[in-house]
Design a protein around this ligand. Structure first.
Ligand code: DGL
Length: 257
C-alpha cells in the first residue's frame, strides 16, 4: 500500500523529498490542492472543507498512512480528519522545540503562515516550550505565493524579505524556524540575512521520522520502490511541464541542504 502526502500546493514536496531520502522503499501519492492554494490566509472553515475533500480523495486510493505536509492544514483540521479516517495521520508543527534547545541563550524566530501563527495549536506549543520568552514569530505568506508562481528570483525574494525583516535586530537570533513547508525552497535567501552561526530548522526530518516509527509499529515498512504518483486537486498529473517542475523543486530542496 502507498503513503499519501498532502499539501495546499508544492510545499509538501519539501517533506516528500525527505521521505524519499529516509524511506526510499515506499511508494507515494502526492496531492497538491493547488486549485485552492494558498491556505494561509483563508478562513478555518474554508480550509477544513478543502482538507476533507483532498483526504476523501486519497482515502479512496487505499493508503496505509497520510502525511499532512502542511503546517496550516494541520493546525486547523488534524483532529477532525483523525476522527474520520481509519489510517494513521501524521501532522506537522513548526519545529520550535528543537530550535529552543539549540540556541544557548539567543532568541528564536519562527516564520509561518498567519493562520498557523494565530491558531491555538501554535499558542499552546509556545506556552509549553517558550518558558523564557525567547521566541518571536512573523508571518511570511507572500513566500507561498512566490513558490507557487515558481518565483525564485534572488532580487525579488531578497527585497520582499528585506521589507519584512528590516525592523528586527537579526544578530540576536540563534535559530530560525521554517514553520511552513513552502519555506525550505527559500532557505538560502533566508540564511543570507542572519549571522553565520544561526541555525535554520524545519519540521521535515522529524515528521518523516514520525512516519517511519508509525510504519515500523504497524509492521508495514518497505512496501515499495520509491515510486510517486502526483495529483493536483483531484486530477492526476500527466503533463511533462508539471512533472518537470516537480522534479526541479525536489532538486532545489536537495541543493538547499
Ligand atoms: N505549505 C503550507 C504550510 O506548511 C501552506 C501554505 C499555504 O497554502 O498558505 O503551512
Amino acid at each position: 500500500m502507498r503513503i499519501g502526502f498532502f499539501d495546499s500546493g508544492i510545499g509538501g514536496l519539501s517533506v516528500l523529498y525527505e521521505a524519499l531520502r529516509q524511506l526510499p522503499c515506499e511508494d507515494y501519492l502526492y496531492y497538491a490542492d493547488d486549485a485552492n492554494v494558498p491556505y494561509g490566509n483563508k478562513s478555518k472553515e474554508e480550509i477544513r472543507s478543502c482538507v476533507f475533500k483532498a483526504v476523501d480523495f486519497l482515502a479512496k486510493m487505499d493508503i496505509k498512512a497520510l502525511v499532512v505536509a502542511c503546517n496550516t492544514a494541520t493546525s486547523v483540521a488534524i483532529q477532525d480528519i483523525r476522527q474520520k479516517y481509519g489510517f494513521p495521520i501524521i501532522g506537522m508543527e513548526p519545529a520550535v522545540k528543537p530550535a529552543v534547545k539549540s540556541v544557548d541563550g539567543k532568541r528564536v524566530l519562527v516564520f509561518a503562515t498567519p493562520l498557523t501563527l494565530c491558531e491555538s495549536k501554535f499558542i499552546c506549543l509556545l506556552s509549553q516550550v517558550d518558558i523564557h520568552n525567547t521566541v518571536d514569530f512573523l508571518p511570511l505568506q507572500e513566500l507561498v505565493t512566490f513558490a507557487e508562481a515558481y518565483q525564485f528570483d534572488r532580487a525579488v525574494i531578497m527585497s520582499y524579505l528585506n521589507g519584512c525583516l528590516k525592523d528586527y535586530d537579526l544578530n540576536q537570533y540563534g535559530a530560525v524556524v521554517l514553520g511552513c513547508t513552502h519555506f525550505p525552497f527559500f532557505k538560502n535567501h533566508i540564511r543570507a540575512f542572519f549571522p553565520k552561526g544561526t541555525v535554520i530548522v524545519d519540521g521535515n526530518r522529524g515528521t518523516v521520522q514520525n512516519l517511519k516509527n508509525m510504519l515500523t509499529y504497524m509492521g508495514k515498512l518497505h512496501e515499495g520502490h520509491g515510486h510517486v504518483e502526483y495529483y493536483r486537486s483531484g486530477h492526476r498529473v500527466i503533463d511533462d511541464h508539471t512533472m518537470e517542475r516537480y522534479m526541479q523543486l525536489l532538486k532545489k530542496i536537495d541543493l538547499c541542504g
